[in-house]
Design a protein around this ligand. Structure first.
Ligand SMILES: Cc1cc2nc3c(=O)[nH]c(=O)nc-3n(C[C@H](O)[C@H](O)[C@H](O)COP(=O)(O)OP(=O)(O)OC[C@H]3O[C@@H](n4cnc5c(N)ncnc54)[C@H](O)[C@@H]3O)c2cc1C
Length: 454
């Protein structure tokens, strides 16, 4: 029996040949199972673009058709819309009840990770041949956005695993490595992406972690330390970048597939301002020996892999930030309709409504930047500048909206109990990881300068 056929999940249930629309799949983690609509085949990354539908209405894709063949950016395929509904339920029913406890404990609940795997959300773009769902990049973006509405920590866990780790393996690894690791990454093993080091953050290619071939030529030997590694406390699999020949500069860097069992040491876990349930640790490599075939792509081409993959990853962080902003907005506005002052709901005051309308407009603008970057990527068109803009702007909007949401809820908003202050703390990371805001600005300006021929 194939991995796909043996799994019941949000994604896989819909892919299975002959899946019937309207039939129900269940979420296993919830007490009192949730009936989920089954969806038909997910759009494949290389398939011709399917017609999209307005996601903000209750109507479905087929009810809208542009007579000119050009669709709005908020159009999603029917399958993407159904995936959004299903992930929303998973986030509300499985993640939401655990968010406060996970944040206080600064620890991811293993049941959430298990649930993400069981629902097929950890191999979204991976080919069904390797146990994945064969979905579009936009499908991954939608999942990250929906999870972030409820918890940015769970969202980044899923984001790093899908947009960085899975994608490196899908795009650059040998067939042998794909056959070995992609099914594990789709089914049960969490991945980490190890690029940053204590002395190399924005200047990532100044890394000191080294790699060399063993004397018998059968192994790579890795030495050094990586810092700030997301998912590392729980991960079994690590994409590691290391320098093989400092005299070649960034062209000496290679990428490797490393298992925890190869002898990785997970060291200091950071105590952070936000995304506290997401583990961020130092990872040490002390004469780690890995098989020679675990080189990903060509020797000395690691820099290229890192650059290309982080372009995609930035769209994912943009999605995390718009989800977070929307989650904070929804929570605060609902409260503002319940809270009465001067005999009226505080949301009925024009001063409040104008701020809320502005926040919604900002979120919508950020969402369009994110979706546009995702669709450009799917179409195989250049998207580096748009990805940088999407991440930059979404993180700014997330910080602004999450901060305002606290104010809309007054003193209650300032308590940890209400959960709004968590959105604000979580929002800060959007301007830092996968390239700080200054680095995004640098990219945007450099590319536009080149486009102008200057
Ligand atoms: C919670 C968290 C999770 C992370 N997860 C991962 C992970 O999974 N894998 C991984 O590899 N890394 C990860 N990182 C690392 C992250 O990508 C880096 O923190 C980020 O790239 C910034 O590097 P730095 O912290 O060294 O800051 P620095 O590079 O020291 O930057 C400090 C300041 O200087 C500015 N600056 C630097 N260079 C320039 C320049 N040329 N022009 C203008 N301004 C500049 C920056 O914008 C910033 O404001 C994570 C970090 C955090 C905090």
């Amino acid at each position: 029996m194939s991995l796909r056929a043996s799994s019941s999940s949000i994604l896989r249930s819909g892919i299975a040949a002959g899946a019937t629309r309207g039939a129900a799949a269940t979420l296993p983690l919830r007490s009192g199972a949730v009936a989920l609509p089954r969806h038909a085949t997910l759009p494949r990354a290389r398939a011709p673009a399917a017609p999209r539908s307005f996601s903000t209405t209750t109507r479905r894709a087929e009810e809208y058709e542009s007579p000119f063949g050009i669709n709005s950016l908020s159009k999603l395929t029917e399958e993407e819309e159904m995936l959004r509904d299903a992930v929303r339920r998973f986030a509300e029913d499985v993640v939401a009840p655990r968010v406060e406890a996970m944040d206080e404990a600064e620890k991811m609940d293993p049941a959430v990770i298990k649930g993400l795997f069981e629902q097929g959300l950890m191999g979204i773009e991976t080919d069904p041949e390797f146990g994945g769902a064969g979905g579009s990049f936009t499908s991954a973006i939608i999942v990250i956005e929906e999870l972030a509405k409820v918890d940015a920590s769970v969202s980044v866990l899923c984001d790093v695993h899908n947009t960085l780790v899975d994608t490196v393996m899908r795009k650059y690894a040998s067939k042998e490595l794909q056959e070995k690791y992609l099914p594990q990454l789709s089914e049960s093993k969490l991945g980490s992406f190890c690029l940053s080091e204590p002395a190399s953050g924005s200047d990532a290619f100044a890394m000191k972690t080294s790699c060399k071939k063993s004397d018998d030529g059968k192994h790579w030997i890795i030495n050094g330390s990586k810092m700030w590694i997301t998912n590392s406390a729980e991960a079994d699999f690590f994409i590691v970048f290391a320098q093989g020949d400092p005299s070649k500069g960034y062209k000496g860097i290679s990428a490797f597939a490393v298992e925890r069992e190869h002898g990785i040491e997970i060291a200091k876990k950071e105590k952070k301002l936000g995304i506290k349930a997401s583990s961020t640790c130092t990872v040490n490599f002390d004469e780690i020996k890995i098989p020679i075939g675990n080189l990903i792509g060509e020797e000395g081409k690691g820099y290229k892999i890192a650059i290309e993959i982080l372009n995609e990853g930035r769209v994912g962080i943009g999605a995390q930030m718009i989800g977070l902003a929307q989650g904070a907005y929804d929570k605060a506005v609902r409260y503002a309709f319940e809270r009465k002052q001067f005999g009226k709901p505080v949301a009925s005051f024009q001063g409040m409504q104008f701020q809320m309308a502005q926040a919604l407009t900002d979120i919508e603008a950020a969402r369009m930047l994110v979706y546009n970057a995702a669709r450009l990527k799917e179409e195989g068109r250049p998207f580096t500048k748009q990805a940088a803009m999407a991440k930059l702007f979404s993180s700014q909007v997330a910080q602004r909206v999450a901060g305002q949401a606290i104010e809309w809820a007054g003193g209650q908003g300032f308590t940890r109990e209400m959960g709004l202050s968590k959105y604000w703390c979580d929002s800060k990371i959007g301007a830092i990881y996968e390239g700080t805001s200054n680095i995004q600005l640098q990219t945007i300006f450099k590319l536009s300068q080149a486009e102008m021929g200057l």
